[in-house]
Design a protein around this ligand. Structure first.
Ligand code: ADE
Length: 233
């Protein structure tokens, strides 16, 4: 039986989903509240992880160990790393990489966590394909992109830092949790997808744009997650 773990870093990224679910149990762990129940006819556990990669990794591991989820979806907002990806658009992860990991001195690729065996963690192709087709139906006015997500424990709001991430990793968007969730899913051999709607351009305009657009962007992503749930196999 499928059971989908849904992680948002912030309350506004999961509040719409929580308000629509039937809650069977609430479990507190690691200062996070896990809501176990049904959304759109599907068994789900919805949780706000808190911001940043450590919170996200802890949260994803609890979903695996305590709730035995079969899939993990991360929903939320991100800063765009491509000129053609605009505020409100959606990026679906093909893979996710830590842009703030550097063990190149010992021969690893930039972004590669030592001794795991890959630089970036690949998302599940069938979740990716499903999200793209469902998005075209439920968010027909929004452009959907498939590409790499670059995560780090930094809010990117500086053009030079943004350019460095682009030239090092070729990412489509940047945020602060995805690669940790991807790494946890990879280590536990659970399919995952990161869905991020763009709230800002991760440059000097981000400080202004982010608070203006985060709520609407988060809603786009959550709407897609809700719609795709019954079709996950
Ligand atoms: N989440 C949304 N926008 C972001 C940015 N510019 N940097 C990091 N995380 C983000």
């Amino acid at each position: 039986m499928k059971k989908i773990g849904i992680i948002g870093a912030m309350e506004l990224e999961v509040e719409a989903l929580k308000s629509k679910m039937v809650i069977n149990r609430r479990i507190q762990k690691a200062s996070m509240e896990f809501l176990d129940g049904i959304l759109n006819g599907t068994d789900v556990v919805i949780v706000r992880s808190g911001i940043g990669k450590v919170n996200a990794g802890i949260c994803a591991q609890i979903l695996c160990d305590v709730f035995n989820v079969t899939h993990i979806i991360n929903t939320g907002v991100a800063g765009s790393l491509k000129a053609e990806i605009n505020i409100g658009d959606i990026v679906l992860s093909t893979d996710a990489v830590h842009h703030d990991v550097d063990v190149t001195i010992f021969g690893y690729q930039l972004g590669e966590v030592p001794q795991i065996g890959c630089q970036a963690f690949p998302a599940d192709p069938s979740l990716l394909g499903l999200a793209a087709s469902v998005c075209a139906k439920v968010n027909p006015d929004i452009h959907v992109f498939r590409g790499r997500i670059a995560s780090g424990d930094q809010f990117i709001s500086d053009k030079a830092v943004k350019e460095r991430i682009i030239s090092n990793f070729g990412g489509y968007c940047t945020e602060m949790e995805g690669a940790s969730i991807a790494q946890t899913a990879y280590l536990n051999q659970i399919p995952f997808l990161i869905i991020r709607a763009i709230s800002d351009k991760a440059d000097d305009s981000a400080e202004m744009d982010y608070p203006t657009f985060e709520r609407a962007a988060a809603a786009h992503s959550a709407k897609l997650v809700e719609a795709m749930l019954p079709e996950i196999s």
